[in-house]
Design a binder for this molecule. Structure first.
Ligand code: FES
Length: 576
């Protein structure tokens, strides 16, 4: 039997003469100063997402150095390559529009190069999902490494963190309770170090999900970006990647239905970001599994929120790290997890939990009988406004508004919202339901985080801090409020949100898991007959935007491009 080529012998450039291809490749590699012996080692790719436009990845150069040390010490050849990187506050209209582009870029870079295993360094919200999607599709051993959360800041003796406190302070500023001088001061104190948002936003949630999936070294999700431990995990990830290459442990063997169930259980128990539902659906889709929102809701009914972190609780990621990281959560949930799932260590999740240090007293991760919230952080809603589902982060909602009927105040687009929400003439009252439509995957396009609809200034200045808000958009994982998101199908393709008119009655019942437009079906039928789709966005005829608009799937399918997903196996996650 001929042995499979490894290292630089793999994936030769096609000249019709493999010997020449290898000779030429090595000759060029030698121009970088490598020796023949080094070029015989297994190649470990390191995805470099460092960028002046991604503040959350400021430590990537140091992490690359640490990974390289680990790879070299373990006998591999570390070769770093750049990929697209996505910085949440730096991109227009939203990073979500480009997540799939980053996934394609990363997958093709891995696939086209002679890479035996890859370390994926991500961090900011969309980067880790994109890398996990790429890893699931590329078929090469992969290990996820995250940049890690920022440390917390402080203002007038109060601890601050991005971006739950950014939103809280900005809300107070809009309401006239924090003046220009103070808001500028706060802006300089919210993010005192490199790293990702340090509450349980999307970046932290996806880090926890990646660890629960088994794609990241155990114990590494919560280590702050600037701690020496983060460097050590990077080094270890590099060393482990060399072993992964030798073992041929591909993501396909790790990303099983059980692994997704574990990740979704953890998502619910950490009070994680609603965005993670979309991202995990996308990664599952790359493996041929459908995310079943009905099952997710059943899982949510049985999985309490255990982690006391903002925006659902009080603490920050550095506190979770001091409490033992994700391990106390995994231990508390052990009887609800598939402990036989393999992880990148080559051991099972159960073996990793058994090998973890003994627990110590702490007040960040609660026991199951003393939860932060008795159910999972996320509830799935259905009804005539969202036949294919909508979600709400119930753990960060106002309990009194979770059962509410109100009059719809409709905004037709993000631009319409921006133009009118603070108009003193806007007909709006605190008990109304704010509706934003045409902000979904196709409508906006890219499904921006506009679902955190600002409280109209005229109400904010009266002290109103929360209202029922509803959209086909997403919201930041750091946000809070009684906010219904991802109404599917979206309005731009004729979803029922398109039929709502100002003054209609809408009923939200979180306990009953329903979202209802209280309008007779005959009226809705008449409105549908008269409905016209919104005009496509400017410059949609060419380039990536045209590809996105032609192929993007709805939120319940992860908003992936339909030609990137794997053929469905018929299996659904979570497994129940
Ligand atoms: Fe990058 Fe929050 S903006 S993680």
């Amino acid at each position: 039997m001929t042995e499979k080529p490894t290292g630089l012998r793999r994936k030769l450039t096609d000249y019709g003469d493999p010997g020449f291809s290898l000779f030429l490749r090595k000759a060029f590699a030698k121009s970088m100063g490598y020796t023949e012996a080094e070029l015989d080692r297994p190649v470990i790719g390191i995805a470099n997402t460092g960028s002046g436009l991604v503040s959350c990845h400021g430590t990537v150069p140091a992490l690359i150095e640490a990974v390289e040390r680990g790879v070299t010490a373990a006998g591999g050849l570390p070769l770093t390559f750049p990929t697209i990187s996505l910085g949440e506050p730096f991109m227009h209209p939203t990073t979500m529009l480009f997540r799939n582009l980053m996934a394609m870029d990363t997958e093709e870079m891995i696939r086209a190069h002679p890479i035996d295993a890859v370390v994926l360094i991500g961090g900011c919200d969309k980067t880790v999902p994109a890398q996990l999607m790429a890893a699931a599709s590329a078929g090469v051993p992969a290990i996820q490494l995250v940049t890690g959360p920022m440390l917390t800041g402080s203002h007038k003796g109060e601890r601050l963190g991005a971006c739950t406190d950014c939103r809280r302070y900005w809300g107070a500023h809009r309401g006239g309770r924090v003046d220009e001088g103070e808001i500028a001061e706060v802006g300089g104190r919210l993010m005192p170090s490199a790293g990702t948002c340090m509450v349980m936003g999307t970046a932290s949630t996806m880090a926890c999900a990646a660890e629960a999936l088994g794609m990241m070294l155990p114990g590494s999700a919560a280590i702050p970006a600037v701690l020496a431990d983060r460097q050590r995990v990077a080094r270890e990830s590099g060393a482990r990647a060399v072993a992964l290459a030798a073992e041929g442990l591909v993501p396909e063997r790790i990303l099983t239905p059980g692994a997704f169930t574990n990740a979704l259980t953890v998502l619910l128990a950490v009070g994680g970001s609603t965005n993670a539902v979309i991202h995990l659906a996308a990664v599952a889709g790359r493996c041929g599994f459908d995310l079943d929102l009905g099952r997710l809701d059943r899982l949510s009914r049985e999985t309490p929120v255990l982690v006391d972190l903002k925006p659902s609780g009080q603490h920050y990621m550095e506190d979770l790290n001091k409490a033992g990281g994700l391990m106390p959560v995994l231990r508390a949930l052990a009887d609800r997890l598939d402990l036989d799932c393999l992880t990148v260590t080559g051991r099972t999740l159960g073996e990793e939990i058994a090998a973890a240090p003994a627990p110590w007293p702490q007040d960040v991760v609660r026991e199951r009988d003393d939860p932060i919230y008795r159910e999972g952080g996320i509830a799935v809603l259905r009804g005539n406004l969202a036949p294919d589902g909508a979600i709400i982060k119930q753990s960060a909602a106002t309990p009194a508004l979770c059962q509410h009927t109100g009059r719809a105040v409709v905004f037709d687009s993000v631009a319409d919202l921006t133009a009118r929400v603070d108009d003193p003439a806007l007909d709006v009252a605190p008990e109304d339901v704010l509706v934003l439509r045409n902000a979904g995957p196709k409508g906006a396009p890219g499904m921006p985080e506009a679902g955190y609809i600002p409280i109209p200034r005229k109400l904010a200045t009266q002290g109103v801090t929360d209202m029922v808000r509803l959209s086909d958009a997403r919201m930041s994982g750091t946000a809070f409020g009684t906010i219904v998101l991802h109404a599917t199908p979206e309005a731009a393709i004729g979803g029922p949100l398109a039929l709502v008119e100002n003054g209609d009655s809408i009923t939200l019942d979180v306990e009953g898991r329903t979202l209802t437009l209280d309008v007779p079906q005959a009226t809705l039928d008449a409105r549908r007959a008269a409905w016209q789709p919104p005009p496509p966005p400017v410059s949609a005829e060419r380039g990536y935007l045209a590809l996105h608009l032609a192929h993007v799937e709805q939120a319940d399918r992860g908003c992936d491009l339909n030609f990137l997903t794997a053929p469905r196996s018929g299996q659904a996650v979570p497994v129940l």
